[in-house]
Ligand binder design. Structure first.
Ligand code: EPU
Length: 427
């Protein structure tokens, strides 16, 4: 027995959709919230299973978590205990690795299982570990705890230092920043990631009493060693969810408004949409797609994924689904995750002419899509298949939807409100 999503495609979608809080911020804000001595209230929390898994981990640490309403979390670390994180919950998501930096900083040591997350090929954490080591921590792999890493701060605690990241890794930047907040003196992270989520996490940590400067640039400065307290914080809108609805609108809407967005976070995506022939307009916090014709043949394009503010890797898979409507040859080259192309064979089952050559996906269109039984191999592959299912004639049945539920808040409910014929079924 498995829950699947079924979509009867080819329906026009119209109306307004509100974007939820950013998944990739939330999954770091939750571990960051335990760093102080007082409760932290976080508003705009998306309803996704990654959040449920993190709450499970917080409770394992003795942290009290309350949800006064659907979008608010109060995280109270006052009775938190220094315990190892070795349960299966750790392996449910990638972001459990943020407890490495958080607990190493707070307690001076942490024993933790290796994280899970989407299978996008090799996803090492060497840069996180290198950062912790430069702060003075020792890293070891105790034989008695299979698949676990032990981090221990030196006597006298972590010490601020200069750290240069070989790659501007989102995870390493955030993880090192969380540990460095507790390190004595100044830490400078060079070649830091500049994603908006990093600004969001640094903003919350500063509200808690940290001294972090330079967020949003590639030189992040942390003056460590200040005690942290509680705060309230509102999560930024999810730019990847917003991009997904932009693509859905481009694919199937005459007229759609996307609210609770920061258009400046989506420049790379909006400019590509314009290039292929999709018109958008925006205010400070909404984007409008209008006068759209879902039958129009779009122009082909070439996409290269880059760290922010370049074209986001998380959007290339959903974008590929739309490119089946472009006349001619489009390419998508992955510079972040060379193996992030598991959606292509699934799209081929639906009639796409798409294949992978090295780190490039090649899509030749336009090809009409037809309903098929397909599998969401990872979160953004799931988003690509939903878009394809909305475009296709006939019925599409998507399996392994647990990946979609990890990162999209109420995707089927939001789409139904826009007029889609989409439902969940146990098969
Ligand atoms: N990398 C290393 N060593 C490290 C860390 C990263 O070689 O120690 C490499 C990775 O293998 C990858 C590149 O550096 O080739 C960038 O990885 P990064 O660390 O920036 O990615 P991440 O922190 O693991 C986050 C998001 C991903 C998103 C990437 C890139 C979270 C929880 N995840 O992952 O989101 O694709 O940044 O923007 O924030 C998704 O939402 O679908 C998703 C996978």
């Amino acid at each position: 027995m498995e829950e699947v999503i079924k979509i009867r495609g080819s329906r026009r979608l119209n109306g307004t959709v509100r974007i939820s809080g950013s998944k990739n911020s939330t999954v770091a804000l939750i571990p960051a919230a335990v760093l102080g001595s007082e409760p932290v209230t976080i508003y705009g929390v998306p309803k996704i299973s990654d959040v449920d898994a993190l709450i499970e981990l917080l409770r394992e640490l003795g942290v009290e978590v309350t949800q006064p309403d659907e979008e608010t979390l109060i995280i109270d670390p006052r009775n938190m205990e220094d315990r190892p994180l070795v349960s299966d919950a750790v392996t449910k998501l990638r972001a459990s690795y943020y407890f490495m930096g958080a607990l190493l900083g707070k307690y001076g040591k942490v024993l933790i299982r290796m994280p899970g997350g989407c299978n996008l090929g090799k996803r090492p954490i060497d840069l996180h570990l290198k950062g912790f080591e430069l702060l003075g921590a020792t890293v070891s792999y105790p034989e008695e705890h299979e698949d676990c890493t032990l981090l221990v701060a030196p006597e006298g605690g972590l010490k601020g230092t200069d750290i240069f990241l070989d790659i501007p890794s989102v995870g390493a930047t955030i993880n090192i920043m969380m540990a460095a907040v507790f390190a004595k003196g100044r830490t400078i992270i060079g070649n830091a990631a500049k994603e908006p989520e990093i600004i969001d996490i640094a903003t919350m940590l500063n509200r808690m009493g940290a001294n972090i400067y330079g967020m949003g640039t590639d030189r992040l400065v942390i003056e460590g060693g200040h005690p942290l307290k509680g705060c309230t914080h509102e999560i930024i809108p999810d730019r990847i969810e917003a991009a997904t609805y932009l693509l859905i609108a481009a694919a199937m809407a005459d007229d759609m408004e996307i609210t609770n967005v920061i258009p400046a976070h989506l420049t790379g995506i909006l400019s590509k949409l314009e290039e292929i022939g999709i018109k958008t307009d925006h205010t400070n916090d909404s984007i409008h797609i209008y006068g759209n014709d879902p039958h129009k043949v779009l122009k082909p394009t070439d996409i290269i994924t880059k760290p922010y503010p370049g074209f986001a890797t998380d959007v290339q898979q959903p974008f590929t689904a739309l490119l089946t409507r472009s006349g001619g040859r489009s390419t998508v080259t992955e510079e972040i995750y060379a193996a992030r192309f598991k959606h292509l064979p699934e799209l081929e089952k639906m009639g796409a002419n798409a294949h992978q050559e090295g780190a490039t996906g090649i899509i030749v269109g336009p090809t009409p899509l037809h309903g098929a039984v397909v599998t969401a191999t990872d979160l953004r592959c799931g988003a690509a298949l939903v878009i394809a299912g909305l475009m296709a004639d006939g019925e599409t049945e998507i399996h392994e939807i647990k990946h979609i539920d990890r990162g999209y808040d109420n995707l089927d409910g939001k789409l139904r409100a826009l007029g889609a014929d989409i439902r969940r079924e146990i098969v």
